[in-house]
Design a binder for this molecule. Sequence first.
Ligand code: F6P
Length: 530
Amino acid sequence: MKISTRAKLEKHAVRLRGRRVDDLFAANPDRFEQFTLMQKGIALDYSRQLLDAEAREALVAYAEEQQLASKSAALFAGDKVNITEGRAALHMALRAQSDDRFALDGDDLMPLVIEQRDRFLAYAEAIREGKITGHTGKPINTVVNIGIGGSHLGPLLATDALAYSSGFDCHFISGAGGQDLDITLHSIDPETTLFIVCSKTFTTRETMLNANAAREWFVGQMSEAAIASHFAAVSTNSGAMDKFGISQSARFSIWDWVGGRYSVWSAIGLIIAIAIGRDAFMDMLAGAASMDKHFRSSPWLQNMPVLLALVDFWNRDFLQKNNHLFLPYDRRLHYFPDYIQQLEMESLGKSVRLDGTPVDYQTSPAVWGMNGSNAQHSFMQALHQGTLRSSVDFFAVAKPGPNYSGHNAEGQHDVALASMLAQAEALKSGRQAHEVEGLENAAHRVQKGNVPSNILVLHELSPFSLGSLMALYEHKVFVLGVLWDINPFDQWGVELGKILTNKYEALLAGEISSTGPRNIVTLIREWQED
Ligand code: F6P
């Protein structure tokens, strides 16, 4: 009887679950070379995975069986791969280079993409050069991005990582509650501030609450007439932008074939372009485009997005790891865990196959993380000695970032790198009973090890390498969608919460009374009234 590829993988898992990664290293001195991949300034060292060549071959065979090649071709061809919304997913077109071609329903997309790209980059340059000023003629020196999810996290990550010395004071207002709006409005000068309202739909409750509140504050500080010089917007919804008072020259389009969490390459990245400039933004696009080419052209065993996905698939489905940590050891990648959390969990947090049948395997793990150096003094104890089942992606940048203050943090960059390498080794090897035998509290000192990790090293952190890194994970997510036979481009699960919010807003406002016994709503209302 033909044994399924998944069954073959299970047999490899049974064989390897009893092994230690250290044994795999001992048995193969070339393990680092055979389990490391380099791609234009990014190195992926996955030698600390509980994986050998045989199991890796079986994983590749499974990817083939899942028709990865034809599904990847369909993605780039503009097929409606987002089947539940009947849409293509052509975020790659946004970073297309001059020789690239993308089409949708037979129509060449490039004129549309290039026209919008030229528009928002020219607008960004004009702001940077003071050719576009505020209503009173003062240059803009403060930019406030109002958006949430993909209209917030990608711009936040890239602006924070790349624009430390940009000369622009960049703020990000995202959640409901009004606190980050209030803190921001309290700290900016309306005369020199540009607000950018980023929302594909221009209906997202939190974003529109914040945008309308900022608008009201601004009119109070200046005037209705000044709106056109101080508010820009990025959306598919031109009617809503008309209503808000966004001028034609300060509005930029996005399209429904770009998912929110895949949109940083579009005018949703306007704040990045203002902060780092057109040329650097084009470098970021070039980095992503370079990863696109690599993903489209490399054999699976030399294909970084595919290998990352196969390793995650192996850890999730066959080693039952239900936590995946992102630990960057560079302050400039501080927001990478937040960005990747949405990209991975909103894309892969599904339990229904493309055909509508329920999955009978695991899909997205809990994806979380923080700056690795801080994590060592926070939750890493739980990974070393707890009962969590985790895998880790470590990130490092070989070359230290620029030094702006002239301070001399003697060798601190290498201390961070050494810390990361130490954590990866401690997770891999742990400390076995025989190593602590005879010590006080010996039992409390044992740590099992065999916690799998990838180490990704960027040669340097630049717009190009950040663009490559973000595109790498976009394609990893796509490949995992293929392996799990799920749709990584929709997010039906967020709709119910939005609907229920309306009910609770009415309850808290007393517009409807809560029936039945006392509950938390009645308690909150009582406390608000005392
Ligand atoms: O969380 C749901 C979601 O639709 C995300 O996918 C999206 O990035 C975010 O809300 C914001 O959506 P919009 O850009 O339309 O305001």
